[in-house]
Write a protein that binds this ligand. Structure first.
Ligand SMILES: [Fe+2]
Length: 296
């Protein structure tokens, strides 16, 4: 990671923590050329989350910027208006409303979670409502070798029960390989990950919280204080994030989401799902059993 001011392609790139995150100045995101897209992709691969202050994009400019990086998620029921199904707005007032205040990677309850999120801080409180991100490459790198060896053979069940939809499930490798950088990262999160599929319920209950707490250690993280008009772009494949729900007043965040990812496991394994149906504890295996049945 760059440790001092960088001037890649005439840009001013300033890292904002020792683990991830950089502010980028000297570019107008309304006028992005093909070579700028490559530069931005290189910077986000290096810093994992980029902050572009003073951009103030309109919804259409925001959508156009996002489309440089791939197909955008469209959700007619959640979108801002009918003409822009790929444009979302999250509003919160005094900490209530759209505040994602639990550590997560986006949409890991889906088979294909997002690649990038691109958000515009439209309105923010004068103080509070910072966002934290954590570097999942570092989280993986700093596991002990025996724990790496164990985790690389395991998968985990993720679901959308925090959003009232426990039936929306996906299974992903606990250690994934980034398709661009080739680096391994830890891929479990407090919000969506329910169960390690190949372990017993008790074993999963012991290991999963250990991993999700480890993943979000302070020294793997950055805490960013927003100003209105800043665009942030992060790689969802190798980071987690969490909003600090400590604010009064209004916070309005607009976003587009780049889709198209299928997490690749760091290693294959022959471990079978732990999904016994023959004991009084069968209910604890039910989510795994339901998932396996849904895929047969
Ligand atoms: Fe999120």
């Amino acid at each position: 990671m760059t440790t001092a001011l960088d001037t890649t392609a005439g840009l001013e790139v300033t890292p904002v923590s020792g683990s991830l995150g950089a502010e980028v100045r000297g570019i107008d995101l309304r006028k992005v050329a093909a070579e700028d897209v490559d530069t931005i992709l290189g910077l986000v691969a290096e810093h994992l989350v980029l902050f572009f202050p003073d951009q103030h994009l309109t919804p259409d400019e925001h959508i156009a910027f996002g489309r440089h990086f791939g197909k955008l998620e469209a959700h007619p029921n959640l979108s801002f208006d009918a003409e822009r199904p790929e444009f979302f707005e999250l509003r919160a007032e005094g900490g209530a409303g759209g505040v994602a205040d639990e550590w997560h990677s986006d949409l890991t309850c889906q088979d294909e979670p997002s690649i990038f999120a691109i958000v515009h801080m439209k309105k923010c409180p004068s103080v509070g409502g910072d966002t934290l991100w954590a570097n999942m490459y570092k989280a993986y790198d700093e596991l002990s070798q025996p724990m790496k060896d164990l985790c690389e053979g395991l998968t985990a069940l993720h679901d959308a029960s925090p959003h009232g939809h426990p039936e929306r499930m996906a299974v992903h490798p606990i250690v994934r390989v980034h398709p661009i950088t080739g680096r391994k990262s830890l891929f479990v999160n407090e919000h969506f990950t329910r169960r390690i599929v190949e372990l017993s319920p008790e074993e999963s209950d012991a290991l999963l919280p250990l991993l999700t707490r480890h993943a979000t250690r302070e020294r793997f993280s950055v805490r960013y204080r927003w100003s209105e008009g800043t665009i942030a772009m992060w790689d969802n494949r190798c980071t987690q994030h969490n909003v600090l729900n400590d604010f009064e007043g209004e916070r309005i965040l607009q976003r587009v989401t780049v889709m198209g990812d299928h997490p690749e496991a760091a290693a294959s394994s022959d471990y079978k799902p732990f999904a016994s149906e023959v004991s009084a504890k069968v209910w604890r295996n039910k989510p795994v059993i339901d998932y396996l049945r849904s895929r047969n």
